[in-house]
Design a protein around this ligand. Structure first.
Ligand code: GLU
Length: 419
């Protein structure tokens, strides 16, 4: 993946705040608050590996801003996790929760590790020890983790159990994205991809794109990308022409059948080698001729190096931070509609909010109810973002930031600065 280590995502996150602070005319003090992560915990902790040796892992949990409520955001397991990446992701969670108007601040966590090279036992021991290390600062009223890159409902079950064992009673509301059996929500598993598909459907008209019969390329075939592709194909009649994962990409101009590609990935571990499709690189997936491009992998994928070659009319960011600010500018000049991450992938945290609310009430909703409420949130948020963009004559990202940051600033102002 063209993941350029030279682009620091936290610098990007701070730059994005500056752009909006200028649009909103925020004073320097408030701007500084918005650019500063409130609380960050770094932990180094040992884990007993299967060979009997101990290995020390480094993990982070950042609570970026809690003016609007408890902090919320995922935990990612990846070899390239850094403190600044976690800070950036925590900032983006703050704006994301505000854009869809959830009563949350933003947080994020991560462990520097290679989960693909670890056994289930090693992953469980690492997860449980990390959960203990961050236990003093998480909780249903304080900070609520969730899945992110290479973590899943099983990871959340281990965290929920570890936290509950230490408390002496079950605390389902400490994490979201749990299995249904432990107080998870219907629809949470596919919520990020489903929310993204709703936003694409709403934006298509404004961007001059027809989803029915339109073509789609997806970079990243994990929880967000594969579900978005599936729903766009099954419910909106789109044709998926290219998809990729960390091992490479596949291309078939006549269209790929998503359930078959999913089955192939389950069997072989990758989309690559799917019968009847051409093998292409991850970079080529981004530059595929398609109406809609969905970056659903990692940060820093669309940069000034490839922004001129993007052929899509809509870029829907299912990943967090896939487009760097310089590339944003190029896409805007080229009249490509970018549906920014803090809107396009907010379906995940929205259903996380539903899960948390259900856990706290001890009353659970059915799938139809969850999806109806999710759709309402995504449709309304798209309309508000698009209106903010038109009103301020800015791109959708800045429109989304204007909406989000105004909400966070209002909360800061109304609360006042302590003491
Ligand atoms: N990790 C997801 C995100 O980046 C979900 C966070 C959550 O549900 O709290 O939005």
């Amino acid at each position: 993946m063209p993941n350029e280590p030279t682009i620091n995502p936290f610098e990007t996150a701070r730059k994005q705040v500056d752009i909006v602070a200028d649009v909103l005319g925020l004073d320097p003090g408030v701007r500084e608050i918005l650019k500063s992560p409130k609380r960050t915990l770094t932990v180094c902790f040992p884990v007993r590996m299967d060979d009997g040796q101990y290995r020390v892992f480094t993990g982070y949990r950042c609570q970026y801003n809690m003016a609007r409520g408890p902090t919320k955001g995922g935990i990612r397991y990846h070899p390239q996790v850094t403190l600044d990446e976690v800070r950036a992701l925590a900032a983006w969670m703050t704006w994301k929760c505000a854009v869809v108007n959830l009563p949350y601040g933003g947080g994020k966590g991560g462990i520097v590790c290679d989960p693909k090279g670890m056994s289930r036992g090693e992953l469980e021991r690492m997860t449980r020890r990390f959960a203990s290390e961050i236990a003093p600062i998480i909780g249903p009223e304080m900070d609520i983790p969730a899945p992110d890159v290479y973590t899943d409902s099983q990871t959340m079950a281990w965290i929920m159990d570890t936290y509950s064992m230490q408390r002496g009673y079950s605390v389902p509301g400490v994490v979201t994205g749990k299995p249904i059996a432990l107080g998870g929500s219907e629809g949470r598993g596919e919520a990020t991809g489903r929310g993204c598909a709703y936003v694409i459907r709403e934006a298509a008209g404004d961007a001059g794109v027809k989803v029915k019969g339109g073509t789609v390329a997806v970079q990243g075939f994990g929880n967000a990308g594969s579900v978005a592709a599936h729903i766009l194909q099954a419910e909106q009649g789109a044709k998926i022409v290219a998809v990729s994962d960390s091992k490479g990409g596949i291309y078939r101009p006549e269209g790929l059948n998503v359930p078959d590609v999913e089955a192939h990935k389950r069997k072989t571990g990758s989309v690559v080698g799917f019968p009847g499709a051409q093998t292409i690189s991850n970079e080529q997936v981004l530059e595929t001729k398609a109406d809609i491009l969905i970056p659903a992998a990692l940060e820093n994928q669309i940069t000034k190096k490839n922004a001129e070659r993007i052929q899509a009319k809509i870029v829907a960011e299912a990943a967090n931070g896939p487009t760097v600010p310089e590339a944003d500018e190029i896409l805007y000049q080229r009249k490509i509609a970018v549906l920014p991450d803090i809107l396009a992938n907010a379906g995940g945290v929205t259903v996380s909010y539903f899960e948390w609310a259900q856990d706290i009430q001890g009353y659970f909703w059915d799938l139809v109810d969850v999806n109806k409420r999710l759709e309402r949130v995504m449709v309304q948020s798209y309309e508000q973002v698009h209106k903010a963009a038109l009103d301020h004559k800015v791109n959708n990202r800045t429109g989304a930031y204007v909406l989000a940051i105004q909400r966070v600033v209002d909360a800061i102002r109304i609360r006042g600065i302590y003491p």
